[in-house]
Design a protein around this ligand. Structure first.
Ligand SMILES: NC(=O)c1ccc[n+]([C@@H]2O[C@H](COP(=O)([O-])OP(=O)(O)OC[C@H]3O[C@@H](n4cnc5c(N)ncnc54)[C@H](O)[C@@H]3O)[C@@H](O)[C@H]2O)c1
Length: 316
C-alpha cells in the first residue's frame, strides 16, 4: 500500500515521508516544488529515494490534483495533507493567495478524496485554532482565530469534520505547533526564527521586531512528524482532533541563551518587545499520549538544539 502526502517536500511533510518510506512504504509526494527536488537540500530523503514518487501538483489546480489521485487511488491507504502557507509576518501580505491555498487547497483535497473513495485523510492543522486562549489548551478548548492564518486552519477542520459526518469519511486533524529542526534553514525563515535558531547556521546580528515576550512549545520536527505518522497509522480513533507538540513551553529569550551556551559564543541576537504571533500555549498533549502512544523525545530544548546544530553542520 502507498501513502500520498501533499506538501511532502515541506519541512514537516518531508519528515513524514522519510518516516513512512523508512518503514518500506511507497510514498507519493504531491508538491509544487517537486521539479526542484534536487535543490531543496532534503538530504535525509536520499536514503529512501527509491520509495518516493514525486508529482509536481498545485493543490489549487483541481484538475491536475484529481488526475494525480486517480492514478494512485487503488494503492492508497490514505492521504496526508500538508500544504499550507504557514503563519508568520508574510501571511497577511498576500491574503487572497495565501487564504486560497490554505482553504480552497484543503477543500480540493477533501473533495477529490470524497469522489474517489479515499476515506482516510490526516490534515495538518495547527494550535492556531485556539488563538490566544490560555494554556494548557485541550482539544475541547473552543475555536478562536487571532489572525488570518488561524481562520484558515479552523476552516480546514470544520470542513473536514463535516465531510466526515456527511460522507462517512475518516478525516483526522493533527494540531501542530511551532516546528523547528533539521530540514529548515534559519536563513530562509523570518527574523524571529533567525534570532532563535540562526546562530546554529552561523547567522549573527539579527534584530527581530518582536518575540521577546513569549514562551511557546517549540517542537522538534522529528516529534511532530512521528505524531502525524501515529495518527495516520492508528486503525480507528475516538477523537478527530489531536494536539501534537512537545507540550512544554520555552521562553524565547531562553532559546537565544541556550543557543549561545551551546555554541560558546554570543551571536548578538535581539528580540523586540511583544509576541511574535498571538497564541496561548502550551498545547495539552495527553490525548495524543493516551490514544496514539505519542511521547515526544525532545521535551528538553537543549537536546533539540543539538540535533538541529548537527544537521546544519552536516548539510552545507
Ligand atoms: N511549521 C510550523 O511551525 C507549523 C505549525 C503549525 C502547523 N503547521 C502546519 O503544518 C503543515 C506543514 O507545515 P510546514 O512547516 O511543513 O510548511 P512548509 O512551508 O515547510 O511546507 C509546505 C509545502 O507545501 C508546498 N506548497 C505550497 N503551496 C502549494 C500548493 N499550492 N500546491 C502544492 N504544494 C504547495 C511547498 O512547496 C512546501 O513544500 C501546514 O499545514 C502548516 O499549517 C506548521
Amino acid at each position: 500500500m502507498a501513502v500520498l502526502i501533499t506538501g511532502g517536500l515541506g519541512h514537516v511533510g518531508s519528515w513524514v515521508a522519510q518516516m513512512l518510506a523508512s518503514q518500506g512504504k511507497k510514498v507519493i509526494i504531491c508538491d509544487m516544488a517537486a521539479k526542484h527536488f534536487d535543490t531543496l537540500g532534503l538530504d535525509y530523503l536520499e536514503a529512501v529515494r527509491d520509495k518516493l514518487v514525486l508529482e509536481a501538483v498545485d493543490v489549487l489546480d483541481y484538475h491536475t490534483l484529481f488526475e494525480t489521485l486517480l492514478t494512485y487511488r487503488d494503492e492508497l491507504e490514505g492521504v496526508i495533507h500538508g500544504v499550507s502557507v504557514i503563519a508568520g509576518p508574510s501571511f497577511q501580505q498576500r491574503p487572497f493567495r495565501n487564504i486560497s491555498v490554505n482553504t480552497l487547497g484543503t477543500l480540493n483535497v477533501y473533495e477529490t478524496c470524497r469522489i474517489l473513495g479515499i476515506n482516510k485523510v490526516v490534515n495538518m492543522s495547527s494550535g492556531a485554532v485556539y488563538g490566544d486562549a490560555a494554556g494548557p489548551q485541550h482539544e475541547t478548548t473552543p475555536y478562536k482565530a487571532t489572525d488570518l492564518y488561524g481562520a484558515t486552519k479552523i476552516s480546514g477542520e470544520l470542513f473536514g469534520d463535516q465531510y466526515t459526518e456527511t460522507y462517512g469519511m475518516d478525516i483526522r486533524h493533527a494540531r501542530l505547533f511551532f516546528v523547528y529542526g533539521p530540514g529548515k534553514r534559519p536563513s530562509h525563515m523570518h527574523q524571529v526564527y533567525q534570532a532563535l535558531f540562526g546562530p546554529l547556521e552561523g547567522l549573527s546580528d539579527v534584530q527581530a521586531p518582536n518575540g521577546r515576550d513569549q514562551a511557546l512549545d517549540w517542537t522538534h520536527v522529528h516529534d511532530t512528524a512521528r505524531g502525524i505518522v501515529l495518527l495516520f497509522e492508528k486503525a480507528s480513533v475516538q477523537a478527530r482532533h489531536f494536539n501534537i507538540s512537545c507540550g512544554v513551553t520555552v521562553d524565547h529569550q531562553a532559546i537565544v541563551d541556550e543557543v549561545e551556551r551551546l555554541l560558546g559564543k554570543s551571536s548578538n541576537m535581539q528580540l523586540g518587545p511583544g509576541p511574535f504571533v498571538v497564541r496561548g500555549s502550551p498545547l495539552d498533549i495527553s490525548l495524543a499520549r493516551d490514544e496514539l502512544g505519542f511521547t515526544p523525545t525532545y521535551t528538553d530544548i537543549r537536546q533539540g538544539l543539538e540535533s538541529y546544530r548537527d544537521w546544519l553542520d552536516q548539510s552545507p
